[in-house]
Design a binder for this molecule. Structure first.
Ligand SMILES: NC(=O)c1ccc[n+]([C@@H]2O[C@H](COP(=O)([O-])OP(=O)(O)OC[C@H]3O[C@@H](n4cnc5c(N)ncnc54)[C@H](OP(=O)(O)O)[C@@H]3O)[C@@H](O)[C@H]2O)c1
Length: 218
């Protein structure tokens, strides 16, 4: 059975581990620069099936979700190309600039594609980019769950990931190739503006109308 890990105990890391712990079928490795603090969070949040440890330990998983800011993510990837060979790396990053007024990527570029270029022998999957951490933490909104767009150039890996996370309270949609993240990542900044305008920040996500079944994947 494939092992999954989440790296980072920030907003997204914490919320993703919580959902994987509650709804996932398998144990989760949770890596942190401070494994003791991660262990304290496991106790405090009463998470079961979560093993806190170092980043090195979390990197042993088959599916790795690095919940890092885009710049940290790139540094990490560049430094661990060999260890990450053959693994599925789930990229959740939105490459906003420091004052959230724009992006560190140019038009026609995405963080997900940059990550794949840094890790040519790993398989990068994009996911959770449009779902703000508060929604990942509390996914049910008036009886509905949000859509999570899953992208990747390797259909088999996309399927494997979607199968793995199927029990989680989100509707996972296969959203095509990694280059769709040029749109997906930029849409997140628009969501931020909408959340601020309508006073829901940091609670906002995506739900598309009209798709009855998330079964047709090609
Ligand atoms: N926040 C959202 O609503 C949201 C939504 C969708 C996508 N995202 C994306 O998710 C990623 C994480 O966002 P976040 O809001 O969870 O960030 P965050 O709260 O700042 O957490 C980032 C985590 O990265 C880890 N880390 C490792 N090396 C680091 C370093 N050198 N400096 C700082 N932190 C380091 C830290 O965990 P340890 O201390 O445990 O090592 C830290 O808690 C970003 O790429 C963001 O674009 C965020």
């Amino acid at each position: 059975m494939m092992k999954i890990s989440v790296m980072g105990t920030g907003n997204m890391g914490k919320a993703l581990v919580k959902q994987l712990s509650i709804f996932g079928d398998h144990s989760v490795l949770w890596g942190s620069r401070d494994p003791l603090e991660a262990q304290q969070l496991v106790t405090q949040l009463q998470l079961s099936n979560v093993i806190a440890g170092t980043y090195e330990a979390a990197q042993q998983a088959d599916i790795i979700i690095p919940a890092f800011h885009a710049s940290v993510l790139k540094e990490w990837a560049a430094a661990h190309q060999d260890q990450l060979k053959g693994k599925i790396i789930v990229d959740i990053s939105n490459p906003f600039n420091s004052d959230f007024s724009g992006f560190t990527t140019a038009w026609g570029e995405s963080s997900a594609e940059q990550l794949q270029a840094l890790l040519p022998e790993s398989t990068v999957i994009g996911a959770f980019k449009n779902t703000f951490f508060k929604v990942v933490d509390e996914p049910n909104f008036q009886g509905r769950v949000s859509d999570v767009l899953v992208t990747g150039n390797d259909d088999h890996a996309v399927q494997q990931f979607m199968e793995y996370v199927k029990p989680l309270p989100f509707r996972f949609l296969h959203a095509g190739k990694l280059d769709n993240n040029r749109t997906i990542e930029r849409f997140t900044l628009l969501e931020l503006e909408l959340a601020l305008r309508y006073n829901t920040y940091p609670y906002i996500s995506l739900q598309l109308f009209g798709i009855k079944e998330p079964i047709a994947v090609n």
